[in-house]
Design a protein around this ligand. Sequence first.
Ligand SMILES: [Zn+2]
Length: 343
Amino acid sequence: MLMLAILACTKNICQAQRLQLAAVRGAQHKSRLPDHPRPCKLLSVPELPDISAYLTALESRIVGQPIQQVRLASPFLLRTVEPPLASIEGKRVRELRRIGKRIAIGVEDDLWLVLHLMIAGRLHWRAVGAELGGRNYLASTDFPNGSLVLTEAGAKRRASLHVIKGEEGLHELDPGGIDVFAASLADFRAALTAENRTLKRALTDPRILSGIGNAYSDEILHAAQLSPINLTRKIAPEQWERLFTATRETLQRWIDQLRAEARSSFPEKVTAFRKDMAVHGRYGQPCPRCGEKIQRIRYADNETNYCVRCQTGGKVLADRSLSRLLGDDWPRTLDELEALKRK
Ligand SMILES: [Zn+2]
């Protein structure tokens, strides 16, 4: 499984890791380097702040512009047959929306082009007439002033495109998680305690909260000084307040920062790792609050990072206890990890 993940990893995917290592090498002694760099762990589904950055960059480029044509390089990308893709051609873009982790481009006649980037899909803005192609190239939406190009690194084709007619169809694509900026503390608490989940799993469940994934949930939990494996029904009232505030403040800070960057240039390098994140992607490096080394819980396709001193009362939750229970068979998903922690 892991080997497959590594084999699927391409030059593009590893760029985030290379940037991370370069930053670490520049700033610290070599002994501080992560012991086993894991190149694929730092790429993940773009989350709310990343999607906000894309929307900001697209707003000035495509709203009001007509879609001239959509070119598909991969037949697997388009997941709908009706309405046909050609029906949006010639229509002007009216508005842009985020639906969970999807980007929705609304055009005339209440038609919507809805894009899910998944893990390795990324958007690019290219000049009119730019040559398109290459192994990672999936599609291009052409406007009179430029082309919105979709690429997907790696061998797996997961990114998806839907053509939708009307609000109802859009609603069906929404996994239903609450918008934390529109929610009260009581709403937030009710959503997260509907089931007794670990905080990590609850924060990243798109049916509970909208737009939060592995990277920002690590940052939120560090800001709230709460353990990723605390169960939602065991959280004290003052901890709920801390978590709610940390969720809003962490997301808002990153939305503001990434949108500001997107105003000056198109967000070409969307990555799960950002050098000024507190814990995410920083295994083995010092916690910015207390200086303790950042820890991790690994599972096959991802890892959770946290600080032992700030979040878990000095307890290392991580790999060793799990490995004793499981041998070399790590949990494959957060759900499996959660099930294991409940035993
Ligand atoms: Zn700390």
